[in-house]
Write a protein that binds this ligand. Sequence first.
Ligand code: FES
Length: 273
Amino acid sequence: MYQIVSKKTLAPAIHEYEILAPKVAKKARAGQFVILRVDEDGERIPLTIADYNREAGTITVVFAEAGYSTGKLGKLEAGDAVQDFVGPLGVPSHVDKFGKVVMVAGGVGVAPVFPIARAMKAAGNHVVGIMGARSKDLIFWEQRMQEVCHQLLVTTDDGSYVRKGFVTDVLRQYIEEAGRPDLVMAIGPLPMMRAVADLTREYGIKTMVSLNSIMVDGTGMCGACRVTVGGETKFVCVDGPEFDGHLVDFAEQLMRSRKYKAEEQLALNRAGC
Ligand code: FES
């Protein structure tokens, strides 16, 4: 069992857990993920690592209550434990000195963007952060992002905080005013990552996205997380989670992400949600 050392609710139905998992914390690197199960019968939930503390032996994960299993996870408190916590999984982010790097975070995507932005800054890049949420109450970790970005631009869909617009509006304005960055990295909902990739394609800017697919084994054997990248089948769990955004078949990914909607609703109905 893996104990939840601390719990913070960052926004409505968005939680930050620090989980005691020394062996995972020892090896974790920016861009990797874990798979956890709340209990023996639980669905496997893949979550990108939001932070790690090697001394304390903890991993930080942030998630939104988006369905039955994440809802069940969100009901746990500090002192409770989860059944399994496997990781670190996946290929770490490719961190190098690229020059100017724009990190685009949508919604809960701010959490996995944070350690990558920190690593990019430590590698000597000029890091620009763009973070967006539907409304002010869903914004979190702004201060933490300030610390790892040379410049941070915040936007809300409804204009309730800083400015009104999507992250793509901010990104386009930034490119037009400051010129092409050397790399764009986007993490957030699939439609947002697709929109970022479509925009940067126009400008010929290399763009990486981090996919959060449905997963079962996390070892490349079950095929649940497959994705088509540049016409080839890849597995998010072992080949990713980061891929060239210009090569990802987003239409297929969106279709696959909705595949178990009916089962999800059934589980929610059975739980009386
Ligand atoms: Fe099974 Fe990736 S989760 S192949």
